[in-house]
Each structure stands twice: as structure tokens, then as C-alpha cells.
Ligand binder design. Structure first.
Ligand code: FES
Length: 333
């Protein structure tokens, strides 16, 4: 079955589940339409949670060569919108509706050197790239950052496979990553592929720009789910349409407005394409921009935002942000 984006959906069967790190479960799926999986690919998973449709993207961490089986690894987020809790409840034999493997984080073959950077669960997006670069005999480094050894999925496996190509930076062991030093150590013509928390990716992006490295050589995958601040409920208003909605902790502005029947444009739902952008008319609180679509300069005046991922938090000027009564007044295209 193809939807309007010509994405092919299929029924997959859960074959095997196992815990691979603190709050991270590996889920191996048997596919209905096997297609070989390329590094950087993900699948979208469609479920219904609490009566509401839920769509989430997960990187394919590894797969059988013929694509008959593929493995996802799902982090159960403390602020889960229900998706990761549901994924952790899956048991062998259950059916799951997934897309064919989709690519929006392609690895360009032929660069003279590669740096792959993973923060936490972001390892799922770059592990396949590292495996391919190793097979190709490419010049690569895999830098894996995490809070603690227990929280880092596949760390031992990766160390066994990649040997000296792997560098682990573990906060609890006092070996946290120095982003400036990392970007400073990259050869001029290297390509960097990264997936991880927004703070890490933002720091790398800044250091990359400062060093005046080629912007197109910095590539990233974001699943748009971690912000600068803890998510909290707030109110969104569209005066022109007479609409007011409460945005819960576990949903986006986009979802809250769609629930109210507002016709919204969207595509990636990960803060990458900008299709869901709205004009900010008034703001009580502060915007937590969680997208990677706008530049810092575009984000700063807080006149627009990607409503599939970005949120609002309550704060008084100069005060520490905390739950309160933030209100976002917008207009939609
Ligand atoms: S839908 Fe793509 S940025 Fe929001």
C-alpha cells in the first residue's frame, strides 16, 4: 500500500526482543517485503496510542543482507509521548506496521576521511555507516559519546568490531567529549556524520562553522525529540481561526492543532523540512527551538517556529525556566 508520499507500508512481525543498555531495547523485525538496507536508513512505525495515531522514526541499526530481518533499538524516553513505551512492550509474534527502509541520511562514498559521531541512542544511525566504511577499508573514526557505559548500547560489540577506530567518551568516567578539540582534529576535507542530542549537534555545528569547514561536509540525522529544556504543557492560540488548544507534555503543537481540526502542513515531523513553520504573533514564555531547519540567526527573533518539534516553556525574564502558563499565539499559512 502506498500513501501520498509513495511510501510503501508493510506488516512486520516481531521476531526477537532484548535489552541492550539501560532503557534501550533491541527489536528484531521480520519484514513482509524484504529490501536490502543501506547505512543511514530508518523506518517509520505507525501505531495507535490512546486512540490517537502515532508515527515515529527509528534508524535501522543493522539488518540481514537480504533485508528479511532488520533491527531497531528504541530508547524509552523519560518524556515519552507513548511511542517508546509501546515499542518496549512489544513481544515476539506481534505485528507492527512499518514503512520500507527510508533514506534521508545517506553516506557519501569516496570521501578521503570520515568522522562518525554518535551521542547516546544516536549510535543507531551511524553504526551501519561504520560497518560499511570498515568493509571498504576507508579512513574513519567512530566517536561514541554517552553518560555511562551502562547507557551505551552496543559499546562492547563496536569495540570488538572497530578496534582503534572507536573512541568512547563517557561522562561518568571523566572522559567527556571536548567538542572544540574534536572538530579541531578533523582533516580539512573530512566528512562528519552525526546523530545525537541537540546540544551536542549544535556545539559541533558551531565549532564546524568557526573552523570554516565545508558546511555540506557536516551531515546529521535528527529525530527531533530532545530540546534545550524539559517539555511542559502550554497553550497555543490562533486568533484568526478562533482556535485555542492545550499542548500536552507528550505531544507537539502540530498534533494539538490537528486534534482541533486545524488544517496544518507537515512532512518530516522531525524539524528538518520547515514545512510546518508558523508565524509567531505573541509569546508569553520562551521558545525551545528543537528544529535543525532554521539557522541560529533565523531562530533568534522568535518570529517563526517549526511546530512539529519546537515548544514553549514558561519563564520570567532572567528566571530559571519552570512549568507555568506559557502561551503561544501564532498564525498558520
Ligand atoms: S514537518 Fe518538517 S520541520 Fe516540521
Amino acid at each position: 500500500m502506498a500513501d501520498s508520499h509513495h511510501v510503501v507500508w508493510q506488516q512486520a512481525v516481531v521476531d526477537f526482543v532484548s535489552d541492550v543498555a539501560e532503557n534501550i531495547r533491541r527489536i528484531v523485525l521480520r519484514t513482509e517485503h524484504p529490501i536490502p538496507v543501506r547505512p543511514g536508513e530508518h523506518v517509520d512505525v505507525r501505531t495507535t496510542i490512546g486512540g490517537e495515531p502515532n508515527l515515529r522514526s527509528y534508524s535501522v541499526v543493522d539488518a540481514a543482507e537480504d533485508g528479511t530481518h532488520l533491527a531497531l533499538s528504541v530508547f524509552r524516553t523519560p518524556t515519552s509521548r507513548g511511542g517508546s513505551v509501546f515499542m518496549h512492550s512489544l513481544q515476539p509474534g506481534q505485528l507492527l506496521e512499518i514503512t520500507e527502509p527510508l533514506q534521508n541520511f545517506p553516506l557519501r562514498i569516496g570521501a578521503s576521511s570520515y568522522l562518525l559521531l554518535a551521542g547516546g541512542i544516536g549510535i543507531t544511525a551511524v553504526a551501519g555507516m561504520a560497518a560499511l566504511l570498515r568493509r571498504l577499508g576507508a579512513d574513519y573514526r567512530l566517536v561514541y559519546v554517552g553518560r555511562s557505559r551502562e547507557s551505551m548500547a552496543y559499546l562492547d560489540d563496536l569495540a570488538a568490531i572497530h578496534g582503534g577506530h572507536l573512541e568512547a567518551h563517557i561522562d561518568s568516567e571523566g572522559t567527556s567529549l571536548d567538542v572544540q578539540a574534536l572538530v579541531g582534529s578533523v582533516p580539512d576535507n573530512a566528512e562528519l556524520y552525526m546523530c545525537g542530542p541537540i546540544r551536542l549537534m549544535d556545539a559541533v555545528r558551531r565549532a564546524w562553522i568557526e573552523r570554516e569547514l565545508e558546511p555540506t561536509s557536516l551531515r546529521y540525522e535528527t529525530f527531533g525529540n530532545s530540546g534545550w529544556y524539559q517539555a511542559e504543557p502550554f497553550t497555543v492560540r490562533i486568533p484568526r481561526l478562533g482556535v485555542e488548544a492545550s499542548v500536552g507534555m507528550h505531544e507537539s503543537v502540530l498534533e494539538a492543532l490537528q486534534r482541533q481540526g486545524v488544517d496544518m502542513m507537515s512532512d518530516c515531523r522531525k524539524g528538518e523540512c520547515g514545512l510546518c513553520q508558523v508565524k509567531v504573533l505573541e509569546l508569553t514564555g520562551r521558545i525551545d527551538h528543537r528544529d535543525v531547519f532554521y539557522s541560529d540567526r533565523q531562530k533568534e527573533p522568535n518570529t517563526k517556529m517549526c511546530c512539529c518539534v519546537s515548544r514553549v516553556i514558561a519563564t520570567e525574564p532572567g528566571a530559571t525556566p519552570g512549568p507555568g502558563s506559557a502561551v503561544l499565539t501564532i498564525d498558520v499559512p
